[in-house]
Design a protein. Structure first.
Lengths: 72, 278
């Protein structure tokens, strides 16, 4: 039986499994977003674009991705 | 001969000088082209935008690209908002994100305290403003017309105030003109913008006649049958109201005051007979 090398996280409040060791920058890329196209927050705290590469996601992390939209 | 142009009197926010006093929201337009045409017709120099989670919002169909292009064309500015936030922490985090995504330190600070009226929460609003000012933001708080809350927002360093005219999207106009007049009178040096509740050009003119510095609106233009035409109507209304205020409105009276300078009673030339006689 092979060892599970994934971890469970919440992505926009939905369950998702990602490879252990995945950085926030890698997740953004894996989801098909250009780095400048989305804003990111982990566990309710904003994570600046320049810090994503150094942020390795942990089991149970809640990741939110935001994009620009129209607004009033 | 000196001839002053209507609507060209400038105002400024954090060192940025503008001439248009009509600020426009970008939500709810039937198409990107309709939004672009409305921005052009309004000749606005500030357009509000938002942020939303990627998974629930999907593609924005090019609306934001249209806003960016239209703004570049008019040398205008983006004003991101923190719509949807329910407490100071959420608003601060979203503002940080908006600054990165939109590359501006301007933020329209919204912290809703009641789901039914979408009334701003004054406590959370002041706290968020305090943090954001410290972080270098130029804070445009969407607030109620409560004088003391407005003072607190200025105290923590907000660049201006944006009291509501009426609840967002209600199109009621000015629900509490007395409070707005009081704000203007008690905060004579503050930049005051009425935001929300405006439904008709006459509402915007009324705001400006009260001495407010600008008007921010969205639904009244976006949801009209012809957004570009309505944007133009609002531009004229804002300019007319501002000119009216600058010219000095006369005081309302309870009774008639004759405008024609006759004395006592009209005199009919060539007749000494009283009126109504044979």
């Amino acid at each position: 039986m092979s060892e599970d090398t994934t971890i469970a996280v919440l992505l926009d409040d939905g369950p998702r499994r990602i490879a252990a060791g995945t950085t926030l920058a890698a997740l953004v890329a894996e989801l098909g977003h250009a780095p400048g196209a989305v804003g990111t927050a982990v566990n309710g705290r904003f994570v600046a674009r320049g810090l994503r590469e150094g942020l390795q996601l942990s089991s149970g992390d809640s990741i939110l991705l935001f994009q620009a939209i129209t607004g009033g | 001969m000196h001839r002053e142009s209507v609507g060209c009197e400038s105002w400024s926010v954090a060192g940025v000088t503008m001439t248009s006093r009509l600020l426009l929201g970008s939500a709810g337009y039937p198409s990107p082209d309709a939004l672009r045409d409305a921005i052009r017709a309004a000749q606005t120099q500030v357009v509000t935008v938002g942020l939303k989670r990627t998974l629930v919002s999907g593609c924005d169909n090019g609306f934001v690209a249209i806003v960016r292009a239209a703004l570049a064309e008019q040398h205008a500015h983006l004003l991101p908002n923190t719509a949807g936030c329910r407490n100071a922490n959420e608003a601060v985090e979203l503002a940080m994100m908006a600054r990165e995504l939109y590359e501006t330190s301007w933020i329209k600070l919204e912290v809703v305290g009641d789901e039914y009226t979408l009334q701003p929460d004054p406590i959370e609003l002041v706290e968020a403003a305090r943090v954001l000012v410290r972080e270098g933001f130029v804070v445009w708080p969407y607030c109620t017309e409560d004088l003391v809350t407005c003072r607190r927002l200025l105290d923590v360093g907000c660049a201006l105030l944006m009291p509501w005219g009426a609840p967002i999207g209600s199109a009621q106009g000015l629900a509490n003109p007395l409070a707005l007049r009081t704000l203007r009178a008690r905060l004579p040096d503050a930049t005051l913008i009425v935001d929300a509740g405006i439904g008709a050009p006459s509402h915007a003119a009324r705001v400006m006649e009260l001495g407010f510095d600008a008007v921010l609106l969205n639904s009244a233009v976006a949801l009209s049958r012809d957004p570009a035409r309505m944007a133009r109507a609002f531009r004229h209304a804002v300019e007319a109201g501002r000119e009216g205020w600058r010219a000095g409105l006369i005081a309302a009276q309870d009774f008639a005051v004759a405008s024609t300078p006759v004395t006592d009673q009209p005199v009919l030339l060539g007749s000494n007979e009283p009126l109504g006689s044979g």
